[in-house]
Design a protein around this ligand. Structure first.
Ligand SMILES: CC(C)(COP(=O)(O)OP(=O)(O)OC[C@H]1O[C@@H](n2cnc3c(N)ncnc32)[C@H](O)[C@@H]1OP(=O)(O)O)[C@@H](O)C(=O)NCCC(=O)NCCS
Length: 185
């Protein structure tokens, strides 16, 4: 019998204080710190849904929308948006706030694909997702759509790679900001 779990059962929020050692040379919080926290919260959320160990299979684009400052509290809100057989798409929204202020900055959003695995690191089936709100249906549908788009991008990428032709390619990139001085002709 198929088991379904609600989105709420695995929803996770991780809050961390941004300490000076997290800062880069410019005094802002290093992007890698935020990405590491995103991976951590994605793992917790995915492992809660799967009820097993899981690994990060892929990470979608991470746009940095606003810098994070030392002293801010960064909160990462994660929920399972979509499940396949062994994979789960975890949506993560990152927000940052000075403890003394009410303003909340939206700094990042991304989607991590986590895959549940057994002790031998073999993919393991995860519970289905019980969708209880229109928002949850929207997120599931959008993740499904992104998965289809990824398949399309991958096939386009391999088509472009296999169709590569040097003269035609140089013509296409002619107006880009590059200067071609071939040394291997
Ligand atoms: C992720 C991993 C377990 C997949 O194993 P695999 O033998 O390729 O298994 P499959 O091809 O059967 O894929 C299993 C699932 O992963 C998904 N998957 C695999 N690679 C993926 C990728 N790059 N992006 C998104 N999903 C991916 C598949 O779509 C499939 O989903 P489904 O079960 O819901 O249909 C394996 O590639 C792995 O261990 N990768 C290294 C993970 C890692 O070290 N991460 C960093 C540290 S945690």
């Amino acid at each position: 019998m198929d088991i379904y779990k609600s989105v709420a059962e695995s929803q996770t929020t991780l809050t961390e204080l941004m300490i000076p050692s997290y800062a880069n040379f410019g005094g802002k919080i290093h992007g890698g710190i935020v990405m590491g926290l995103m991976d951590k919260v994605a793992y917790v959320c995915g492992a809660k849904h799967a009820g097993s160990y899981c690994v990060t299979a892929s990470v979608d684009v991470i746009d940095f929308l606003a810098p994070v400052e030392v002293g801010e509290l960064v909160s990462l809100h994660a929920s399972v948006n979509y499940v396949g057989t062994s994979s789960m798409v975890i949506g993560i929204r990152v927000e940052s706030q000075q403890p003394s202020q009410r303003v909340i900055k939206h700094t990042n959003t991304s989607y991590f694909t986590m895959v549940a695995t057994d002790e031998d690191r073999k993919p393991l089936q995860v519970p289905g997702l019980l969708l209880k709100t229109q928002e949850e249906v929207r997120r599931f549908y959008e993740a499904y759509h992104r998965k289809e788009l990824k398949k399309y991008y991958r096939s386009e990428e391999s088509r472009v790679k296999s169709a590569f032709e040097i003269n035609q390619s140089m013509e296409i990139i002619r107006n880009e900001r590059c200067k071609i001085e071939l040394t291997d002709q």
